[in-house]
Every structure is written in C-alpha cells, then in structure tokens.
Design a protein around this ligand. Structure first.
Ligand SMILES: Cc1ncc(COP(=O)(O)O)c(C=O)c1O
Length: 338
C-alpha cells in the first residue's frame, strides 16, 4: 500500500540516524520518569527556531497543545474562531471542551475557482467584545495557502484575543511569523516534528508564546506529557539538520511534480499549495469513487465526504518519487474509466 493520506514525511530516517536512535534507546532509563521540564528538548527546539527555551512548551503532538489552548481559553462562555475547511482538530477539541465554534467559510471566486480566505469575517469576529480564541493555519491544511503577513498584523493590532498560528508545515513553506512574537503577546505559534522531521509516530509538537500564555498552559499540562524516548529522539533528529533540509527539497520537488502532472489531467482541479499536500476536486467521477478505485490499486489518499465548501474532496500528500509516479499513473487510469 502506498500511503499518501496523512501529510507525513515519506522517508524513514537514514541508517546512521536509526543507529543513533537505537543506541540512545539501549542506554535509556526506562524505569525513570522523564525530566518534567524537558529542558534538553526545549533547548534543542530553541536552537532550531530562535525563541527562548523557557517560552517553548512541548506537547504530545501539537494536538495536545490545541487541547490545552482550548482548555485555557475556550469553554461554554468563550468562542473558538476559525475557518472552514481547516485542520479538523480545532473543532474536535472545541466540542470536547464545550467551546462554541464560530467558523467562517472560504469562498471560491472567478471562473478558475480561486480560493478566497474569509479575512473580513474573521476580523469582524475578532473585534467583537467577547472572549474567544482564534485558530489560523499557515499553510492551511487542506487548502495549502499561507496567511498574509499584513492581514495578520492588522488582526493582532485590533484584537487582544489569543491568536494561534499553526505552522505545522512551516519547513515546506519556508514562511514563519515567529518574528512577530516579540511584538504581540497574544500571538501563539504551534509547530510539530510530525511532518517535516518524520516523527509522527513519536508525537512531539511544540508551542512558542509569550510568558503569560506559557504560564497559563503550564498550569494545565500533565508533567510527563511526552515519553523519555520521544523527547530524546526528537533532540537527536533536530541535530541532523542537513539531512532533513535535503529531504524537504525532495518532498517539495515531489509536490511540484504532482502539481504539474495533476494540472494536465482532464476532469480534475488541483489547488496550488505551500504544504506537502495538494487538495483535489474531481469533476466527472465522484471523489468517493476515485478514492475507492485508487485504494483497490494500492494507493491510499485522503477522502472527505463532507468537507466545507467542497462536499466530497480528496487530498494527496507528496511521497517518494516512485510513489508519486505510481499515484499519477493509477489516477490517470482511474479517471479514464468513466
Ligand atoms: C495543521 C496541522 N496541525 C497539527 C497537526 C497535528 O500534528 P501532531 O502530529 O503534532 O499532533 C496536523 C496533522 O495533520 C496538521 O495538519
């Protein structure tokens, strides 16, 4: 099965890194609890992203940090403001914490069906004199575009609500808002090692924020929220910067290869993306059928039957070269059999 459904890094770490992880695992004090301040991991993350270690919180995947943020700033008398479609866990944890969700939908404009972010609607919600928390995703999953810097600055100038920018795919887009953290205390940046660093299986995400936000979440965080092994492995992988930078280049050229190939296929719309994935709409055959037939041919991509704005939709993650080629050739066959 070729797995192109979860925006993972398609490469396992190289042998040398696996050997170091194995050695680390052999020496590990499994019987001891982790250091609850995760100081080594936070130092490694500080070195990687240039934000002070004492303002970086690590989570059991960034999913855990989304939950903590909604526990801290959500609840029945607050609001979770976001767009649709976007990463599903914002709405999931809003439901779990009893937080009403205010969701503004993208628009499709023009004959080419260009995606338009509901900027004004989000701004208007942010300016209301009501508590809440805003979730933005840049690049957005699954649509792939970045938030505009000038708009984000305007938003931060006009609201005191916490504004979370989820940069889970930062390494693929190369665009970050970290530099705005100094100026805006209500800006919160979420990142993860699940995507670019290929560590989805070990669950390590992190949050960069002001001291006030950090303190509030620290009151809620479980002291041993990440395993000793995951924290140590993350530190080892973060040092292998050159290897990962090369792997991101390969993934990005895979995404461009897929974009070009998909753009040439009749009966298909593909949206440009700054992440390691592409959102697809099929015109003649239903996305459900395309998904099912690809699955029967051994290729798994992501399928939604109720994605906001689109209804049924598909998303493919950039894989290894041979996986991308196989996906394209299978999809070409599937689309021909109408
Ligand atoms: C935008 C976004 N944020 C966060 C995550 C989850 O990351 P983690 O594996 O760190 O929980 C994902 C995973 O798909 C994502 O797409």
């Amino acid at each position: 099965m070729i797995k192109l459904d979860a925006n993972e890094n398609p490469y396992r770490p190289p042998e040398e890194l696996c050997r170091r992880l194995g050695e680390f695992s052999r020496r590990l004090d499994y019987n001891r609890y982790p250091d609850k301040t995760y100081s080594d991991l936070r130092k490694a993350l500080a070195g990687y992203c240039g934000w002070p270690a004492d303002l970086i919180m690590a989570g059991n995947g960034s999913d855990e940090l989304i939950l903590l943020l909604l526990l801290a700033y959500g609840g029945p008398y607050s609001r979770m403001i976001t767009v649709q479609p976007t990463f599903t866990m914002y709405a999931h944890y809003a439901r779990a914490t009893g937080t009403p969700a205010v969701e503004k939908t993208y628009r499709l404009e023009g004959s080419a069906g260009e995606l338009k972010y509901p900027r004004q609607e989000i701004m208007a919600e942010a300016e209301k004199d009501q508590p809440g928390i805003i979730f933005l995703c840049s690049p957005n999953n699954p649509t792939g575009e970045l938030r505009a810097r000038s708009w984000l600055e305007k938003l931060l100038d006009r609201t005191e609500l916490p504004v979370v920018v989820d940069e889970a795919y930062y390494e693929f887009s190369g665009e970050t808002f970290i530099d705005l953290l100094e100026k805006y205390e209500n800006l919160i940046i979420l990142r993860t090692l699940s995507k670019a660093f290929g560590l989805a299986g070990l669950r390590v995400g992190y949050m960069l924020s002001s001291p006030a936000v950090y303190r509030k979440l620290e009151e809620l965080r479980s002291p041993y929220n990440i395993s000793r092994y995951s924290a140590g492995a993350a530190g080892i992988l973060l040092k292998a910067r050159e290897y990962y930078q090369n792997s991101w280049k390969k993934i990005m050229s895979g995404r461009e290869f897929l974009y070009r190939g998909l753009s040439e296929l009749a009966g298909l719309t593909v949206f440009p993306s700054r992440g390691n994935y592409l959102l697809l709409q099929t015109e003649v055959k239903s996305p459900a059928k395309v998904y099912q037939e690809l699955l029967e041919r051994g290729v798994r991509i992501r399928y939604w039957d109720d994605l906001a704005l689109f209804g049924q939709a598909l998303r493919v993650s950039a894989g290894r070269r041979e996986e991308n080629e196989l996906f394209l050739s299978e999809l070409t066959e599937v689309l021909k059999e109408v």
